[in-house]
Design a protein around this ligand. Structure first.
Ligand SMILES: [Zn+2]
Ligand SMILES: [Zn+2]
Length: 302
């Protein structure tokens, strides 16, 4: 549906900030590196780049993300995706059901077990899934069934605890249905977002100086997962969400894709680019602030 997450504007603002900086840059200040980071969602682009060492030696990472509402800090949920499948025994569903072991029942029980677990989990956690294979025909007991789940939480530690409980739901379903469980965790695991409020404060002031003064929304509203979470656990990171359209729209819709190519979208992207460049200048010029910011990062744990 086009740029329904506005990543065209992320790219333009990153390049724009670097071009602006280059115009006044003194090489003795340090280095600016522009990293293109595709596949933010699902593809774990930044996670792959981290694994390849592209973030090594950097002091801070700065970017903005278009949105329908400005949230200078928007937390992101740690997330792991799971492919779960059950292997049973096919049998005629009317003539010899007693010879079958029903893999679809295991999937259905997994959903029911997780729904029971849901009442006892923290309100910031999410567990959601779909059935990807439910059998072939209704008169054969399904010997194979599969589902894909995502488990999310506001911090990495709770995600780990929750994951153990979710896996127990699958194990219990396998035991009850006499099927064999096969479990595959996606190796690209998304970390939670660790905010850096000193970076946010610089960016907020710079946004104000270029004429964008908004009342930022709550940092806990409308949370998803993003690979910037992994970057934010590695080094101080800014990932400010800036409204590029009226607040009644939402991302991942055709209307937002239109907004990402609109005059307002372009104008907001330029303001974001300027504020990013100014924030970088502040950091290059105030070594003490940068030192404190890095020190604070080292001691914080989210
Ligand atoms: Zn998105
Ligand atoms: Zn996005």
């Amino acid at each position: 549906m086009g740029h329904a997450c506005g990543h065209n504007l992320i790219a333009a603002a990153g390049v724009g900030a670097a071009v602006g900086l280059a115009a006044c840059f003194d090489e003795e200040w340090g280095r600016i590196i522009v990293l293109g980071t595709p596949a933010e969602e699902g593809g774990g682009g930044k996670i792959r780049l981290i694994n390849q060492g592209l973030f090594e030696g950097l002091d801070v990472a700065l970017m903005f993300h278009p949105d329908a509402e400005t949230q200078l800090v928007k937390r992101a949920l740690a997330m792991v995706a799971l492919d779960v499948s059950f292997h049973g025994q096919a049998a005629h569903a009317a003539a010899s059901p007693h010879e079958g072991r029903n893999a679809l029942d295991a999937v259905i029980m997994s959903f029911n077990n997780i729904n029971a677990l849901r009442q006892q989990i923290r309100s910031d956690a999410r567990i959601h899934g779909i059935i990807t294979h439910g059998g072939e025909v209704p008169n054969i007991i399904p010997h194979f069934a599969a589902a894909r789940f995502m488990v999310r939480a506001l911090d990495n530690t709770y995600l780990e605890q929750l994951l153990t409980k979710v896996i127990n739901c699958f194990k219990a379903a396998a035991q009850a249905s006499h099927t064999r469980l096969e479990l595959k965790q996606d190796e690209l695991r998304y970390d939670s977002f660790k905010p850096n409020y000193r970076l946010v404060e610089l960016f907020r002031q710079n946004l104000k100086s270029v004429g964008l003064l908004e009342h930022p929304g709550s940092e806990l509203a409308n949370l998803g997962s993003s690979d910037i979470g992994n970057v934010s656990q590695l080094l101080p990171s800014l990932h400010a969400n800036i409204a590029i359209c009226p607040a009644n729209l939402s991302i991942h819709t055709p209307l937002f894709a239109e907004a990402a190519a609109s005059d307002m979208g372009q104008a907001r992207m330029l303001l974001a680019a300027k504020a990013l460049a100014l924030t970088a200048i502040d950091l290059f010029c105030d070594h003490e602030y940068l030192r404190e910011l890095k020190q604070e990062f080292g001691s914080g744990n989210i």
